[in-house]
Structures are given as C-alpha cells and as structure tokens.
Ligand binder design. Structure first.
Ligand code: PEP
Length: 248
C-alpha cells in the first residue's frame, strides 16, 4: 500500500497574518506524519509559506494551477519551470472551479499536467462529475472522459501523477460522497489506469469534497482511497491535522 497524501487547497483564501497562524499551527502539531502533507496557498503567498516552513520538509509546497504554456507572452500565467525552480513539488490541475470559471477543457487540463510532469512537479489531476451527471448515471463516463484526456497526452508518464476524485456536488457543500460512493469511482479510475499502463496502477487517487475530521477516517479506510484533497477544512490547523492523523 502506498504512503497516503493529504493536500490542503487553500483556494483564494488567506493573507499574511492568517497564513502565518495556519502554518505555525500546522508545524506545531504535525510531528512526524505517516503520510505526505502538502499545502497549496494562492501563488502570491508561496514565497511566504516557503519561508514559514523553513528547512522543515514535513510540509511540502503545492501550487493551485500552472500555465498550459511553456513561457513567453502569457500575461498573468506562471510556468511550471518557474514553480519547480521555486521549490513547488505538487500542482493541482483541472480543479472543477477552474474548469467552470476559467472554462478549462479536458485537453487544457491534460496539457497542464504535461507541463508539470516535464518540470518534475507532480500534478494532482482533478476529475469529478456534477450533480446532474450523477443523477443521469454519468459519473463513471464523466471521470473516465476527463482521465482519458490526461492519459492520451501523458502516456508513459502516468506513474508520476496523482489523481483526485472530486465530485463537484460535494465540494464546499458539507455533503461528502459516502465512502462506498467514493470507493466505487476510485476503483474504476484505478482499473482504467492499470489497463493503460501497469506502472500507473499505484498512482495515488485522492478523494476531495467536504472531507473533514469527522468523515476522513471512513473515507481513507477504503481500499482505493490514497489520501485527500481538502478545501475548507485545510484552513483550520487543528482540523487539518486530524485528517493528517487519520491518513497515517
Ligand atoms: C476542494 O476545493 O478541492 C475541496 C475538496 O473543497 P472542500 O473540502 O471545501 O469541499
């Protein structure tokens, strides 16, 4: 069984004082976790968070997005090579909020994953169905379509990525998928990865969507759930640490 991974997606939250309180709270309580722990602050705070973490490698740096371009005339973008040079180890790509508000297509997400992999950054590729898609029985069809775009562009390098199953209806709603619902999708994602590349069978598949201190243990106990991508609960040091403990 692979070492689990717990990543905090701070989204567009925080500020210098709040970040310092959060990171110091995490460092004070984290000890030696038995899982990998990543924090993904807004890009402008990566520098501050790197400084707060200091030499402590227990908290690893993640970005929330990366440019689909390699460099050049892309105002506002940050290249994967820049993130890597800065010490960023992970990068969320294809979060449903970016798919929705920035209209990112499956192909764009696949190319973002490609950029991250080429720069030595582990992409955390998000997939997930809307409530409507679930209600129409399209859950596995949707996540497979999203995953297949990434597979097609990144064949042969899939073992270097992480997948996050994030049902859109569970994100920020307080309504998590049940462990059984999540496990069913995770098993389907794993089967697909294994079918296209046996080396990718061990890719870590995180669950995200209203994971919190109360439901983390049951979700993380599922055979194919290898960690969590945490939004709201990642902003509270004590709760995030409880999730990290549940993943140990
Ligand atoms: C997320 O945005 O990736 C997420 C999982 O959010 P939340 O935990 O708040 O549902």
């Amino acid at each position: 069984m692979s070492r689990k991974l717990v990543a905090g997606n701070w989204k567009m939250n925080g500020g210098a004082a709040a970040n310092a309180a959060l990171v110091n709270g995490l460092l004070a309580g984290i000890g030696q976790p038995r899982c990998d722990v990543v924090v993904c602050p807004p890009a402008v705070y990566l520098h501050q968070v790197r400084g707060l973490c200091g030499e402590n490698a227990v908290l690893q740096l993640g970005a929330q997005d990366v440019s689909v371009a390699e460099g050049g005339a892309h105002t506002g973008d940050v290249a994967a090579s820049m993130l890597a040079e800065f010490g960023v180890r992970y990068c969320i790509v294809g979060h449903s909020e970016r798919r929705r508000y920035q209209h990112e297509s499956d192909l764009t997400v696949a190319h973002k994953a490609e950029r991250a992999l080429a720069a030595g950054i582990t992409p955390i590729v998000c997939v997930g169905e809307t409530l409507e898609e679930r209600q129409h029985g399209l859950t596995e069809f949707t996540v497979r379509r999203q995953l297949d775009a990434v597979i097609q562009i990144n064949h042969g390098r899939l073992a270097g990525m992480v997948v996050a199953y994030e049902p859109v209806w569970a994100i920020g709603t307080g309504e998590s998928a049940t462990p059984e619902q999540a496990q069913q999708v995770h098993a389907a994602l794993r089967a697909r990865l294994k079918a296209v590349d046996t080396d990718a069978a061990g890719v870590r598949i995180l669950y995200g969507g209203s994971m919190n201190a109360d439901n983390a243990a049951a979700l993380l106990a599922q055979a194919d759930i290898d960690g969590g991508l945490i939004g709201g609960a990642a902003l509270k040091a004590a709760e995030f640490l409880q999730i990290v403990a549940a993943a140990g």
